[in-house]
Design a protein around this ligand. Sequence first.
Ligand SMILES: *Cc1c(COP(=O)(O)O)cnc(C)c1O
Length: 393
Amino acid sequence: MYLWEKQMKEELRHIEDKKQKRHLYSIDFLKNSYVLKDGRRLLNFSSNNYLGLAGDDRLIQASVRAAQQYGAGSTASRLMVGNYSLYEKVESELAKWKGTKAALIFNSGYTANVGIISALVGRHDIVFSDKWNHASIIDGTILSRAEMKRYQHQDLDHLESLLKKAPVHKKKLIVTDSVFSMDGDIAPLKGLVELKEKYGAILMVDEAHSSGIYGERGEGLLHLLGIEQQVDVQMGTFSKALGSFGAYATGKQWIIDYFINKVRSFIFTTALPPAALGSILAAISIVQQETIRRKKLQENSYYFRKKLYEIGFDIGTSETQIVPIMIGSNELTVLFSKKLEEKGIAAVAIRPPTVPEGTARIRFSLMSTFAKEELDWTLEQVAAVGKELGVIS
Ligand SMILES: *Cc1c(COP(=O)(O)O)cnc(C)c1O
C-alpha cells in the first residue's frame, strides 16, 4: 500500500470514529411533500423546496419547451456562443423583480460565491465574514487570498471592533447569509448596512434561503427591509424556493459588468442548459404572483416552531422555515434521525464540521405544501422520539 493510500484511509476511519461519516443514499422524488426511500414514502423535511415549486408542472413544461427549442446543452461559455436570448430574458426579469439595475446568472450558488468573492477582493484586502456563513463564502474567501476576519455570529459590535482595527486604505468586504442555513436565524442586515457605510466597505448578502420567501412578491429580505439599493451585491439561488437550479447576483450595472469581466467561475464554465433557464423563467413569474405559497410557508413555519418549543425542544434561535432541534451528541442525533425515518419522516442529522462541535442537531425545513394534519402528525412522532431518547422529559 502506498503511504498516501494509508493516510487517506486513516482519515476516513477517523471521520467514522467521530460518527461523522457521510453516506449517499438514493431516493425517488414524489411530487410536493414526499420522497421515496427504499420504497418507503417519507414526509420530506430535508429539502430546500420551500414553496413546492420543484414538482410544479408549469416549471417542468417550461424546461421541456426550452430544451426542445434550444437543445440539451448550452455548448459553451456565455462569452463564447452560450449566450442564448433566454439568458437575457431571465436577467431582465430578475432585475425588475429585485428592483436593481442589472443581474447576472451563475451556474450555482456555490460557484457564484466562490467566483464573486475572489473577484471582489485580492491578497491585499480583508473579508469580514459571519462565523456561520455558508461554506461557499468561506471557500471564495480562501481562493481570493484576502485576509479573513470572522466575526462572532450576528455580532455587530465584534464586527465593528474588527473594522476599526483594519487599515483605512485596505479594501474591505463584509459578507453574510441573510438567513443562516443550519439555524434558521436572520442576519442584522440594517446594522450591517450602517457599518458598511461608516467604514466604506463593500456589502454582499447571500439570500439563498430568503429569496422567494420574504417580501410582497418574494423579492427577499433586503427588499422587505427597503435596503436593497444600499447592498452592493445581492446574491441568491434558483435552487431552493424557486425549485430549479442555478444562481444570480444583482446590483448596479457597472458591478455586473465587472463580474462579466472578472468572475472566473462565470467566464470559464459552460452556461447553464436551456432546460434550467426555462424553469427559472417560469419560477420567477410564478413566485411573484402566488403569494399564497409564501403565506402558507410562514404559517407552517410559525406553527411548527411554536409547537416544538411548547413540547420542550430547544430550537435555538430559529425564526424562519429552517427549524433545528438542538441535540449535541453526534451519535444521538443520527439515532434521532433514523427513528424519525422509521416513522415516515425525512429530517437530516446535521453534524460537525457543518455545525460547530457539540451542536449536532436535526434540521427540519418546512414546505408550503404541508397540510396542518401532516404537521400535527409529525409533531407527535417527533415528541415520541424525543421522549424515547431522553432529549425531552
Ligand atoms: C445552498 C446555499 C448556497 C449554494 O447554492 P447552490 O445553488 O446549491 O450551489 C450558497 N449559499 C447559501 C447560504 C446556501 O444555503
